[in-house]
Every structure is written in C-alpha cells, then in structure tokens.
Design a protein around this ligand. Structure first.
Ligand SMILES: *Cc1c(COP(=O)(O)O)cnc(C)c1O
Length: 471
C-alpha cells in the first residue's frame, strides 16, 4: 500500500508514516518494475539517519561545529536536509559553492576548503561573499591576496596520516616549520589568517593521531598569535576521543571556535543501493580434497566499478551483497563472484562470497553506500548512474522542521527531548489516524486520505513515488 507514503517537494523526499521505513520504498520500487525488462539500479536513502547522526555529533562533540564535506555526496536532498538543521558546508569548487548557495545557505556557513584553487574560482568566491578558505603554500597566499584580499584564510597543516585509509597529507598541508614562514608572509601581504586546519586522512581510526594533530594545531596557533593574528581554530575529521585534548589545549574559556568537516560521517549509512542481476554464468571448480566438482556462479549486475562501486578502487571499500529475497533456512550456498556490467575485467565488485543460487532479474542490496559512491561514478560503456529516492519518517521530518524554524537547540538534552516528544506525539497521532483510516477504508473502501497530523504548509501529496534527483 503506497498510500502511507508522501512526498515533500523541497527535499525531494517521501515522508513515511508510522510503521513504514526506507526498506518499504525499496521493496515498493522493486515491485513497480517487476514486470518490466528495464530494471535499473537505484538508491534509497533514509534522511532521518542524517538527523540521528547530527544528534550524535552534538552529543559527542558539543564544542565542534560540523561543516559537511559536499564532495562526499552532493545531492540536493542531502544538502537541503543539512542546510535545514544548520550545519556549515565544506566546498572545494565553484560548482559546489553554487549548489550550496542555490539552496539558500549564507556565505558565512561555507568554507572553500581546497588549498589549491583556480584563480577564477577564488574570484567567484569573492563575488559570492564566501570568505573562509584554506591555503598551504606561499604561491596560494599570493593568488588569494590578488584575487580576494578580504578572504579569511585557514592554514592547512600536514598531519601524520599514515594510519588513514585515504591519505591526504601526501598531497596537501604545510609542515610546522613552513607554517611560521607562511603566517609571516600573510602578515606582510595584509591577508587575514583566522585559523588552522588539519585533515586526518579519510577513515583514520587511530585516536592518538588526533591528539597529536590537536597539539600541533596549538603550536601553530601560538605561532599565529606571535606573528600578530587573532586566530580561530578549525578542525576536521575528529571524534569524541579528542575532547580531552581540546579541553587541554583549547579550554572552552579560550574563546576559540572549533569546526570540523565531516563527510562520510553524515551520509554513508543513509543510503542503500538496489542492483538487478542482468546475467549469470555457471562454472565447475575442481575440488581436489573431496574429489568432486564444486558448482560456482558468476553474477553480472547493472552497476559496477565504473559506477557506484568506484569506491572499491578510490575509497578502499569492502563490499557485502545482501539479498532482497530472504533465503530459505535450508538453502544451499555456492561460491560466487559479482561483476559489473562493463566490458572490462577490472569491473569486479566481489571476488568471492557464498550465496544461494540467484537468478537473472533478482535484486542484490548494498548498504552504507552514501559516501563517495555515485559522487565519482562515470557512465563508461554507456551504463547510466542509478536513480535516487529519498525517504524520511514523519517524526524525523517534524524534528527537522522544528530545528529549521527554531535554530540549533541550545542544549543537547532539549534536542533529544523535543525529538522524543515529537516522536511520541506523532506516534499517537498516527495511531489514531491509522485507526480512523482503517474504519474509513472498511466502510468506503478508501485507502488513501490526508492525515490530520500534517502541518497546513505542506504541498499536495502523491500516492506514488517520484523519481529523485538524477546525478
Ligand atoms: C573529503 C574531505 C573531508 C571529508 O572527509 P570524510 O572522510 O568524508 O569525513 C573533509 N575535509 C576536506 C578538506 C576534504 O577534502
């Protein structure tokens, strides 16, 4: 029954009534195309997941303002949701700045966090009011001095990112020694340096590295003060383990504003990809030990390493396939491999896994696909990028509206309290509504009606899913 699922236009999003989850959108979508030959891959994202991440962030890092790294997943729905709940944005190009500003985000909430910028785009930032930007070299400093003299610069210092999955300090970042020279040079050029930043590399799991980076930041911060800058600090990619380091090196009475640029943290887990099996081959593998021929399968999917799964190469991801149809308890499992659709032997998604026998037309699901997947996908060999469908539960939607109209909650407890309040309110409302609907449908055979708990500002609803933004 699609009747319980509605769309709210501004966010490109289906509002899910009580009892419905993003998984229902997924099953529904698969149902819709079941009789057609054209079964394209698609994503379903739960935008409520992003609100939960935000709540967790506020609890774990109360002193750090998140500036979402747009490159991670740059769809309108994601940016609108984060804009509504008040995060800042880390943009690395003119296009990203345009996207974020186009959705009504003010320039103070944007940091142009790319230390190597084309002059034309520095000028664009200047004309659109974006002042915060990073640098790590003297040449960049001179470019900014000429193209955007009012810029507020953030010095990117290198860190030990040898423990990160994706290193970044191999490409960007000034050493401690170079930092002093850069700060002095900025002073000569009369350019304002407001802080420093570091990037732990993407996917860093070593807490000690964070602590070391915070203490280095303190060191450069003091250099800045010596040189005569009134520095504010900016941090990226930090977790709650560094709170003691923050308190030690930048106690809250130091008046220093701390920001971070989380990307994958906000979006990775919200997205699930559904991909259809377009082809299959059977092989026999010689098994010496048991002197039998083991049956193996190769499956070919509609999306691959040149599409969403590029993150296997670029983001060092490990992929696990789930099945849309639940296997029977006594189902036999076979050694299988999963491939993309292109004519390239490199297009391998999973080299080896054990699966029940699948058929052409079946669906495989891949969870945690929000970060660095479609953001870098190509249409190599003519295979199109997947579509997107966004959903959010009604309590989450109400929570978002509340945050949007009343700003950041002052206390995290308030936030959680209001969250549960709105959740319970909406639970009871939708309970009564379902009851009302149930009796109505009995007497009138009506299955769709407008719920009474909706605010009057909502646009009209459609009982069917509409295609989300195509990337
Ligand atoms: C990509 C990027 C991030 C986000 O990294 P995640 O691992 O997705 O959190 C943050 N800051 C900068 C400058 C980046 O380029």
């Amino acid at each position: 029954n699609t009747g319980y699922i509605y769309i709210y236009d501004e966010f490109d999003c289906h509002i899910l009534d009580e009892g419905f989850t993003a998984k229902d959108i997924l099953d529904q979508k698969i149902n819709e195309v079941s009789s057609s030959d054209d079964k394209d891959a698609f994503y379903v994202a739960d935008l409520g997941d992003i609100l939960k991440k935000h709540q967790r962030w506020l609890e774990a890092l109360p002193r750090v303002t998140p500036f979402y790294a747009v490159k991670c997943k740059d769809s309108r729905a994601i940016v609108s949701t984060l804009a509504a709940i008040g995060t800042g944005f880390d943009c690395a190009s003119k296009t990203e700045i345009q996207l974020v500003q186009g959705l009504g985000v003010s320039p103070e909430r944007i940091i142009y966090a790319n230390p190597c910028k084309p002059v034309s785009q520095i000028k664009y930032a200047a004309s659109s009011g974006v002042q915060m930007m990073t640098f790590d070299s003297e040449i960049e400093l001179m470019k900014v001095a000429r193209a955007h003299p009012k810029a507020k610069l953030v010095l990117w210092i290198a860190t030990d990112d040898s423990k990160a999955a994706c290193r970044l300090s191999v490409k960007f970042g000034a050493t401690l020694k170079a930092s002093r020279l850069l700060l002095e040079r900025a002073k000569e050029l009369n350019i304002d340096v407001i802080g420093m930043s570091f990037h732990m590399g993407s996917g860093c799991t070593d807490p000690e590295t964070f602590v070391q980076a915070v203490s280095n930041a303190r060191c450069v911060f003091d250099m800045g003060t010596e040189v005569g800058f009134n520095t504010k600090l900016k941090f990226e990619e930090i977790t709650s383990v560094i709170n003691p380091a923050l308190d030690k090196y930048f106690p809250s009475d130091s008046g220093v504003r701390i920001i971070a640029e989380p990307g994958r943290y906000y979006v990775a887990s919200a997205f699930t990809l559904a991909v259809n099996i377009i082809a299959k081959t059977k092989n026999k593998k010689q098994n010496k030990t048991y002197e039998s021929n083991e049956q193996t399968f190769m499956y070919y999917l509609k999306d691959g390493v040149y599409g969403s799964f590029n993150y296997i190469l670029y983001d060092h991801a490990h992929v696990k396939a789930l099945l849309q149809k639940r296997p029977k308890p006594d189902e036999k499992y076979y050694s299988s491999s999963i491939w993309g659709p292109t004519c390239d032997g490199l297009d391998l998604i999973v080299e080896h896994c054990n699966l029940p026998e699948m058929h052409v037309g079946d669906w495989m699901l891949f969870e945690n696909m929000g970060a660095y997947t479609v953001a870098a996908a190509s249409t190599f060999n003519g295979f199109q990028r997947p579509n997107f469908y966004y959903g959010m539960s009604r309590p989450m939607w109400q929570l978002m509206k509340q945050i949007q109209s009343h700003g950041f909650p002052t206390e995290v407890e308030d936030f959680i309290f209001s969250f549960f309040l709105s959740f319970f309110l909406s639970f009871f409302l939708s309970f009564f509504f379902s009851f009302f609907l149930f009796s109505l449908s009995l007497s009138l055979s009506l299955s769709l009606s407008l719920p009474p708990s909706l605010p009057p500002s909502l646009p009209s609803f459609f009982p069917f899913f509409r295609q989300g933004l195509m990337m």
